[in-house]
Design a protein around this ligand. Structure first.
Ligand code: F6P
Length: 380
């Protein structure tokens, strides 16, 4: 029977981190299991920096279901299998995972819960090969973690984007403009597609469908011929023109380590071309971090609670090295080996890159079919 566990939250913040932490702690306490939280994700694991989590006493893990961010912090550039360190004035990347393994053993943690996206779960799987008991919980606004139908944080991001589209409608209608909204999602178009449907947008450009600008212009002109002198265009940050390339704002750390490509500019690019081609005024709004912060939706609070409780139940039953998932609409778990797919090499390309094993929008998905049915132009 497990006695002592630790949670780490890793990667970009999302609404729902705290709801997962709360559910893990609440479930653990019912079985008399002690809970701790590593501070700032894998960085805390490396530095052996952790705090006690409980719903009584210091009360850290209660009263937090509605709070955005993470009470134990999170780290966005911490692949401990390929960790950035400064040595003799030079930046080098080192595998420091054995330090983490030793910390876990010395501290007597029976299981580590890894709350994070594809990169976090890749490292979790790599730790499982080093004999550590891990259980992953799929997080990210991008909704691109393999093997699950939904990640926590995604619903809140879609809801924020949908609200933004409602607001852009007003300006578009009033000033007869083309209103472009650039949303996040990296190499997956889930946020763009779902928010375009919920916000009633006319065009959605996603990374999975390289767009033909002529088709987009055609859709705008068709609307004009019907007397609709504005259009709403949702552009995923990873959208690519046919025969063109992804819009990169910045390459960090000389392309080394993880999470080194900062996307940006896709929306502005579309707005500029559309203004030229249609003669209509076009404006671009970049939604950015509004999508990740603040209070989770009711849906995300429930999903996070389901994931947290399930993760702890799995640990109690000795089912380690898995990820909690939603499969066919039901709470379930899958092996972390399935989650990393072909990205098998320990410490190899980890998170948030085009090479990692992520779940993209497929052409037979209901969202694509629905968008096409109601005439949303997908740029093809
Ligand atoms: O993966 C989540 C995400 O918000 C992406 O949608 C976005 O491209 C990226 O993180 C931004 O990362 P950062 O916080 O490093 O700017």
């Amino acid at each position: 029977m497990i006695k002592k566990v630790a949670i780490l939250a890793n990667g970009g913040d999302v609404s729902g981190f705290n709801a997962v932490i709360r559910a893990i702690v609440k479930t653990a306490e019912r079985y008399g299991i002690e809970c701790y939280g590593f501070v700032e994700g894998y960085k805390g694991l490396l530095n052996n920096d952790y705090i006690k989590l409980s719903t009584s006493g210091n009360n850290r893990a209660s009263g937090i279901i509605a709070r955005g961010g993470s009470i134990i912090g999170s780290s966005t550039n911490a692949n401990v299998f390929n960790y950035k360190v400064e040595e003799n004035g030079q930046t080098v990347y080192k595998d420091l995972s054995d330090v983490c393994v030793q910390n876990i053993k010395n501290d007597g943690f029976d299981c580590i819960f890894t709350l994070g996206g594809d990169g976090t779960q890749k490292s979790a799987r790599d730790f499982s090969l080093k004999g550590i008991n891990v259980i992953g919980v799929p997080k990210t606004i991008d909704n691109d973690v393999a093997c699950t139908e939904i990640t926590f944080g995604y619903n809140t991001a879609v809801s924020v984007a949908s609200d933004a589209i409602d607001r852009l409608h007003t300006t578009g209608e009033t000033h007869h403009r083309l209103m472009v909204l650039e949303v996040m999602g990296r190499y997956a178009g889930w946020i763009a597609l779902e928010s375009a449907i919920s916000g009633g947008a006319d065009i959605a450009l996603i990374p999975e469908i390289p767009y033909d600008i002529d088709k987009v212009v055609g859709k705008i002109n068709q609307r004009r011929s019907l007397g609709k002198n504005f259009s709403i265009i949702v552009v995923a940050e990873g959208a690519v023109p046919k025969g063109g390339s992804i819009s990169v704002l910045e390459t960090r750390n000389n392309g080394l380590g993880v999470d080194n490509t900062k996307l940006g500019g896709a929306g502005e690019k579309v707005a500029r071309i559309l203004q030229e081609r249609t003669g209509m005024e076009a404006r671009c709004t970049v939604l950015g971090y509004m999508q990740r912060g603040g209070t989770p939706t009711a849906f995300d609070r429930v999903l996070s609670t389901k994931y947290g409780a399930k993760a702890m139940e799995l640990a109690i039953n000795g089912q380690f090295n898995v990820l909690t998932v939603i499969r066919d609409g039901k709470l379930d778990s899958v092996s972390l080996e399935d989650v990393v797919g072909q990205n098998k090499e320990i410490g190899a390309v980890s998170g948030n890159t085009s090479e990692s094993n992520i779940r993209k929008v497929t052409m037979d998905h209901d969202l694509v079919k629905t968008a096409r049915s109601i005439g949303i132009c997908l740029g093809d």
